[in-house]
Design a protein around this ligand. Sequence first.
Ligand code: PEP
Length: 249
Amino acid sequence: MRNYYIAGNWKMHKTRAEAAELAKALAAQLKDGKHKYLVAPTFTSLETVGALIKGSNILLGAQNCAPEEQGAHTGEVSVLQLKDLGVHTVILGHSERRHIYKEDDELINKKVKLVLKHGLEVILCVGELLEEREARKAEAVCETQIVKGLAGVAAADLGRITIAYEPVWAIGTGKTATPEDADAIHAYIRKVVEKRYGAGAAADLIIQYGGSVKPENAAQLMAKENIDGALVGGAALKADTFVPIAKFG
Ligand code: PEP
């Protein structure tokens, strides 16, 4: 039985005071929420937000980390530093990291393994560009990103992996994949995982959908058999829009 998992990615938004205001509102308004919740503020707000959601039902997430534990890596943040702040999960392979900052599957895989090694969870984002969808390559792109992203990850660690399917053309654009289209890719992703890790692991895998999820479309997406939650960007920036998504249905 899979539990729904709703995560908010705050991206490069909010000062500490603004992040604190949102964290307080979410902790109060999601107190009676039934699902698994996570917020991923900017690095600079992790400590502030972490203190405010401590003891609540909201987990602390980071949006990225370095592929190395420590050393001469100017501008990077180590998983050890994130762990020290109480971070529970690291989002890796987000399309903005892949396409703006040119992170490839090998780099993402290195980060995945490092985060798992230090006991944290991972949300691994995958998804195709518009031209890849139009060329009917969506499944193949997701398969490659999953196979390469999880290379060397042991079956025993798969329980700490969540996959977020985020078609790049739907992120921040207001365009959402139809629940049917999203569900079809989610089902395919589950098959890819089944081939490598077995039916039990695939059945337990949480696969979030991401891409312009809003209060108006959350319930229809979540009603689909293979959609187990959401990774939310824009609508995660306000309690007024994130809470109804988090409490969909
Ligand atoms: C995201 O960045 O992960 C995302 C899904 O953004 P949005 O909800 O704004 O499309």
